[in-house]
Design a protein around this ligand. Structure first.
Ligand code: TRP
Length: 369
């Protein structure tokens, strides 16, 4: 069984089916060209179909041309940041730089408190930790505004109730699969996640368009948001959506990618952690013995290390070479894993160095009205 909700993703995901169930569109050739025109180049996540789906992306780009677009994304703080989260924000930063856009970054500490079995104190600790990582990803503090749901409640709540008044319990039940046992905070919550999609319009006192980069599991929130915000006088937010980074062990017996199963790599992992996890858990598409592997070659399409390189090796030529070498049997599983380990550790070393200076910058990022 496949489940995709904002709070649970499991099973093998057929992305075409999800797209049609959710009612989102593919990023087609025409849109790709339009993106290229606006951005000057295509991020490898776009070239490789990792960001693959969208709502109203064409409209958002038209508004960009008129200087009337902002970006919005977010983080639910309930644990350490892993590479699957980070990839969405790396792409968001790329969009921010290429399109020169203001970014509104929401931290839904209220959400995680109400949905998870964690104390308020624990969530606040993760909120702080997660901010350090997000700042270290390199966002420009002049154009990036953090909104923390509990901290900015005075600003957000008057807008959230305008949304909440237009969302029925039955809409929320069907969008998120809730039932009568859900606590009442979870039922209200989606109205908080709707707010940053139009808050900048309130603040700047003009009707602006919003583009939301996010993983496809968040789409149900924005489906609800789109219906409501139009009724209260704003544009429906546009979105650009990605598939999931597979978990390290995340390939099932039928060879399909699974989503969040298996071990994750955290942005705070040491080089040793990374090597250990990948060597131990990354599902291999290699053969059982070196002789067999040399003779028949490996299968990169089900090899998690190779799949991870499609996310984190930017250069198409290098990636193709790895693919060919592995398939032909010249490159062994252990060697492929080593390429991924080095790639991740190079990134993490830089990231962790920047993270040490993040704390003093939090103040600059928190939105002040
Ligand atoms: N609900 C998201 C999470 O659990 C966090 C979030 C809030 C978000 N606003 C967003 C994610 C906008 C993407 C886009 O992680």
């Amino acid at each position: 069984m496949t489940t995709i909700t904002p709070w649970e993703v499991k099973g093998n995901i057929n992305y075409d089916k999800v797209m049609s169930e959710f009612g989102v569109q593919k990023i087609d050739k025409a849109l790709e060209e339009k993106l290229l025109l606006h951005c000057g180049e295509l991020h490898h996540f776009l070239r490789r179909g990792i960001f693959f789906a969208q709502r109203d992306l064409g409209f958002a780009l038209d508004q960009h041309k008129k200087g009337n677009l902002f970006l919005y994304t977010g983080c639910g703080p309930s644990g350490p940041i892993h590479m699957g989260h980070a990839m969405v924000w790396m792409f968001t930063k790329w969009l921010q730089d290429k399109l020169d856009l203001e970014l509104w970054f929401q931290f839904t500490d209220d959400e995680k408190f109400m949905f998870k079995d964690q104390s308020y104190g624990d969530i606040q600790k993760w909120l702080h930790e997660n901010m350090l990582d997000i700042i270290a990803l390199g966002f420009d503090p002049k154009h990036t505004h953090f909104l923390v749901d509990t901290l900015h409640a005075g600003l957000m709540y008057p807008e959230a109730i305008k949304v909440a008044k237009k969302v029925t319990f039955s809409t929320v039940k069907s969008a998120f699969g809730f039932n009568n046992e859900n606590n009442i905070g979870t039922i209200f919550f989606t109205s908080m996640q709707a707010v940053p999609a139009f808050l900048p319009s309130v603040i700047h006192k003009k009707k602006m368009a919003c583009l939301i980069p996010h993983a496809i599991d968040q789409d149900p929130h924005f489906r609800v948001t789109r219906d409501v915000v139009e009724k209260i006088g704003y544009y429906k937010p546009a979105s650009i959506q990605c598939r999931f980074l597979p978990g390290l062990g995340g390939i099932s017996s039928d060879g399909k990618m699974s989503s969040s199963e298996g071990t994750a790599i955290y942005l705070t992992d040491t080089p040793k952690d990374v090597a250990k996890k990948i060597n131990k858990y990354a599902f291999s598409g290699g053969k059982d013995t070196v002789e067999e592997h040399r003779k028949h070659g490996g299968n990169p399409d089900i090899d998690v290390s190779y799949q991870w390189l499609t996310f984190f090796e930017e250069e198409d030529e290098k990636l193709k070479e790895i693919y060919d070498e592995y398939k032909s049997g010249r490159l062994l599983s252990g060697e492929l894993k080593k390429i991924l380990i080095d790639k991740l550790n190079t990134f993490l070393a830089e990231h962790q160095k920047r993270r040490k200076t993040s704390d003093s910058m939090i103040k600059k990022f928190l939105y002040k009205s």
